[in-house]
Design a protein around this ligand. Structure first.
Ligand code: ASP
Ligand code: MG
Length: 321
C-alpha cells in the first residue's frame, strides 16, 4: 500500500468552507486505497495574531513560552479537520507533534528535527485511520514543546514523508506551483513543471518564500519528491525532485532591494545569456558591486537600489525560448 503525505498551508484551512475542500481532497486519495498522513498549518493568520498578542504582553517574551503559544494554532486545525472527517464518515485521528514522535533539539523557535518515532503513526495507519498531524512543532529532551520557525510545517511534512518512506509528499497552498519569478513583481511569469532540489535550494537561499528551506534539504537527502499544488484548482503543480534538466533557466528572483539571482543548472555555460544580462545592466547605467556565476546561479549585486523594471528585463531574456 502506498503512503501519501498531504500538507495544507494556512490559507487552505482558513475557515470551514476551505476545510471542507481539504477534507474532500483527503477523501479522494484515501478512497484510492492509500495510507494517508496529513500535515496542517494554523488557520489563516492565526500565528501572526498569536505573536502580536504575546508582544502586547511583553517586549521580550521567552522563546519557550512562545513555542507553547504558537503550537496551539496547528492544534486547533488538526482537531477541526478530524472532527469534520468523522462527520463525513471517515475515521481520522489528530496527533500533536509529540504524539507523532517528532523529537527535536532544544532551540525553541527554530528547532531542528533529530528523530521521528513513527510507531504511533503506523499503528493508526494499520487501523486504516487518516492521520492528521500538527505541522511546525515537536518536543525536546526536557519534554518541552518546540517550533521550527515560520513556515515550518513544510519541514514537518517532508520529514514525516522521509520517516515513513512515503511515495510522495504533496504541498498544497493557494498557489499552484513554483514560477519563473514572483507573480507579485512580474507581469506574466511562467509556472515550472519541474525543478531539481539543488535549484529549489538556491531559490530558497535567495529569499524566494515558497517552501521552508530546511524541507528541501531533507527531501534531497531522503529522495522524497515534493509536489506543490493548489488546493483550489486541479492544475498540474511543480515537481521538485532529483531529475535535472540542463540549460533551462528556472527562475529570476530579486532579494531585498539590490540583488538579483538567476537560477538554473548549467547556467555557467550560457555565455549568450550572461552577455544579454550585462547589456541590460549597462543600458540601464547601473553600477555593479558583484557579478558572480556558478554552475547553477548568476548573482548580481548592484551598488544602488534598482527598479523592478530591471528584474522585468532580466526575467524576460532569461526565460525567452
Ligand atoms: N503556522 C506557522 C506559520 O505561520 C507554520 C506554518 O504555517 O508552516 O509560520
Ligand atoms: Mg508556508
Amino acid at each position: 500500500m502506498n503512503t501519501i503525505v498531504l500538507k495544507f498551508g494556512g490559507s487552505s484551512v482558513a475557515n470551514n468552507e476551505k476545510l471542507n475542500i481539504v477534507a474532500n481532497k483527503i477523501i479522494e486519495q484515501y478512497d484510492k486505497g492509500n495510507n494517508i498522513v496529513v500535515i496542517v498549518s494554523a488557520q489563516g493568520k492565526t500565528t501572526d495574531k498569536l505573536l502580536e498578542e504575546a508582544y502586547t504582553l511583553s517586549k521580550t517574551p521567552e522563546n519557550r513560552e512562545l513555542d507553547v503559544l504558537l503550537s496551539t494554532g496547528e492544534q486547533i486545525t488538526i482537531a477541526k479537520l478530524s472532527i469534520l472527517l468523522k462527520e463525513l464518515g471517515y475515521n481520522a485521528i489528530s496527533l500533536t507533534g509529540w504524539q507523532a514522535g517528532i523529537y527535536t533539539n532544544n532551540t525553541n523557535q527554530n528547532a531542528i528535527i533529530q528523530n521521528i518515532d513513527t510507531k504511533r503513526i503506523t499503528d493508526e495507519l494499520k487501523k486504516r485511520k487518516i492521520v492528521i498531524i500538527a505541522g511546525f512543532q515537536g518536543y525536546n529532551k526536557n519534554l518541552d514543546i518546540t517550533t521550527f520557525g515560520r513556515g515550518g510545517s513544510d519541514t514537518t511534512a517532508v520529514a514525516i514523508a522521509a520517516a515513513l518512506k512515503a511515495t510522495n509528499c504533496y504541498i498544497y497552498s493557494d498557489v499552484d506551483g513554483i514560477y519563473t519569478a514572483d507573480p507579485n513583481k512580474i507581469e506574466d511569469p511562467k509556472k515550472l513543471n519541474s525543478l531539481s532540489y539543488k535549484e529549489m535550494l538556491e531559490l530558497s537561499s535567495e529569499g524566494a518564500k515558497v517552501l521552508h528551506g530546511r524541507c528541501v534539504e531533507i527531501a534531497e537527502k531522503y529522495k522524497i519528491p515534493i509536489i506543490t499544488k493548489s488546493t483550489f484548482n486541479d492544475k498540474a503543480g511543480t515537481v521538485i525532485s532529483d531529475a535535472i534538466e540542463e540549460n533551462t533557466i528556472k527562475s529570476v528572483v530579486k532579494k531585498d532591494i539590490s540583488r538579483i539571482s538567476i537560477v538554473g543548472i548549467g547556467i555557467i555555460r550560457n555565455i549568450e545569456l550572461i552577455q544579454k544580462i550585462l547589456d541590460i545592466i549597462n543600458q540601464n547605467k547601473q553600477e555593479l558591486l558583484e557579478f558572480n556565476v556558478t554552475e547553477s546561479k548568476i548573482s548580481i549585486n548592484f551598488k544602488n537600489v534598482i527598479p523592478d523594471q530591471i528584474l522585468e528585463e532580466i526575467h524576460s531574456v532569461a526565460t525567452e525560448k
